[in-house]
Design a protein around this ligand. Structure first.
Ligand code: G6P
Length: 362
């Protein structure tokens, strides 16, 4: 039974471990043997008719949307906005002439997102729901659905749904960009890349002992922590911080590393944990200097770095994949750091206080 914990102590660990297979499954489902996307042509044409994409989601799904924005803008040239559903529902931004809406939702039932979709339907705008749950409300009420095929996600803290959403956004962006005749989309070999991602994820989840050790050294004796990064790494830092907050109750903040000096660095004191995510060549040295600035104020730092940008003294080295897909790897150590911190504090990893898996009230 897919929804069985088996020998795992908690669903979350099982779901983290399933991520390599989820990547392979998505590639099999949505790409042919030559790596060409197999996605409903009507959906691609409806997206192409739009002048702007609006991604809407809550929590971790919103964070997956922040990565989606980069993928769609890079591979399709289509301006893309990302919105938190509870905000969008009551303070709708000015829309472009031909908007296309993409709802990201693991459960397909989040009330805040449903509220936005019902407004979108009333206005007659086209929409797609990317969800893990077939026949869920958001799936039924949107014009199109793409399923994540991640298998049931039971732990409240979302893991495999986040990486599945990003992988599917990458496939969809490739399909759209290729259909628009864009060379960058044609050259983006998403099939090979997802294979590399799956292997890379496997290498990371095989390093559980090391991650538990790092959690012990950095996160067990603190009630606050920072994840920092720039660009796409900043987007991942928000999700990394959310994992830590949700299940280990560490007050964690994900932060644009260049923005630290404009205020937040005042919070750094002796022993404050600061974790740097460094996967983008353009900004790697900048984030490294920002980490140095925190070290000068007493911070204890940890680095999560892609191999081609790594030094001998980096703490966690991630296998190299296409820069746009590095979030699929950089988030995994953050999931496991949160897991071990929660576990070793004796908390209920799968059912953190005050949280629900699916929030059906606004
Ligand atoms: C709840 C869950 C989060 C999730 C969010 C959005 O708050 O605890 O893990 O990210 O809802 O859920 P959805 O099902 O719409 O992705």
């Amino acid at each position: 039974n897919e929804a069985d914990k088996g020998t795992y102590p908690f669903y979350m660990l099982k779901e983290v471990d399933e991520q390599p297979n989820v990547m392979r499954k998505l590639a099999q489902t949505y790409l042919d043997a030559a790596g060409k996307p197999e996605i409903d042509d009507k959906l691609i044409k409806a997206m192409q008719a739009a002048d702007r994409l609006y991604i809407v989601g809550a929590g971790t799904s919103y964070h997956a949307g922040l990565i989606g924005k980069r993928l769609f803008e890079k591979l399709t040239n289509m301006p893309t906005e990302v919105h938190v559903s509870s905000e969008f529902a009551y303070e709708q931004p000015l829309l472009s002439a031909k908007p296309f809406f993409i709802f990201l939702t693991q459960s397909g039932e989040t009330a805040d997102s449903r509220e936005v979709l019902s407004n979108v339907n009333e206005a007659g705008y086209p929409s797609l729901t990317i969800t893990n749950v077939e026949n869920s409300t958001l799936s039924r009420e949107a014009n199109y659905t793409l399923l994540l095929h991640a298998g049931p996600e039971i732990a409240v803290a979302s893991t495999k749904a986040y990486t599945a959403q990003i992988a599917l956004e990458a496939i969809l962006a490739k399909a759209l960009g290729e259909d628009m005749g864009l060379a960058i989309a044609k050259d983006f070999d998403v099939r090979t890349q997802l294979g590399l991602v799956a292997n890379g994820m496997q290498a990371i989840v095989d390093e559980k002992d090391k991650l538990e050790e790092l959690s012990n050294d950095f996160l067990m004796d603190t009630n606050r922590a920072f994840y920092i990064g720039r660009g796409i790494d900043q987007a991942v830092s928000l999700e990394a911080a959310l994992k830590l907050k949700e299940i280990s109750y560490v007050q964690a903040e994900g932060f644009a590393s260049g923005e630290l000096k404009h205020g937040t660095i005042a919070l750094i004191e002796k022993g404050t944990p600061v974790i740097g995510i460094i996967t983008q060549a353009k900004t790697a040295s900048l984030t490294r200097s920002n980490l140095q600035e925190t070290i000068a104020r007493g911070a204890k730092t940890m680095t999560i770095v892609r191999e081609s940008l790594a030094n001998d003294d980096d703490d966690l080295v991630l296998p190299d994949v296409d820069e746009l897909l590095m979030p699929l790897l950089s988030v995994v150590p953050a999931q496991l750091l949160a897991y071990y911190t929660s576990l070793n504090k004796g908390l209920d990893v799968d059912k953190p206080r005050n949280l629900a898996k699916s929030v059906t009230v606004e």
